[in-house]
Design a protein around this ligand. Sequence first.
Ligand code: HEC
Length: 157
Amino acid sequence: MTSKITLTILTLAAQPLMLASSSADEVDFEKDILPVFEERCMSCHRETYKTSTGRTKKPKGDLRMDDPKLISKGEDGDVIVAGKPDESAMYKSITLDPEDDDIMPPKGDPLTKDQIANIKKWIEEGAKTGDWKGTKFNADGDKLDKDGKPIKKAEDK
Ligand code: HEC
């Protein structure tokens, strides 16, 4: 009897703690955000490179999204305001009307509702990039693994 009551009290006491420490539903940058950025943004927003025909391609809008230290630095200041998606040019740019000339990405379909919701939440949670060290590509736009071998074609739309 006593032990049953003790157990009940312990269980009740533990619940709020479990709720508070639950981080299971935080956005996982490398799983939910990075693949979208790599596939839909980095063809235009990455390190200056030379194409196979010798043309030099610079990051559009001076924004490099392939490097954690530069991902929030646009040509006119920060494009990500941690905690404030509505003040973040990056969030605003993906939520414009699809007919708007400034929508990102400017080519192909707009991001999906889920992708947009994840990016919003990611900015709300502080826009942390975790252990990500940056993403490298070759001149053809293939993503490179850590040994410099091409692993995936970056979508060019
Ligand atoms: C096909 C090329 C292309 C792709 C893909 C692309 N962008 Fe852009 N982006 C541009 C260009 C061009 C500009 C500069 C527009 C200007 O200066 O008027 C720009 C500008 C921006 C800016 C403003 C930069 C600043 O300094 O103010 C943001 C933010 C941005 N893009 C975010 C994104 C995001 C997020 C994605 C992926 C979802 C993306 N872009 C995909 C071409 C692209």
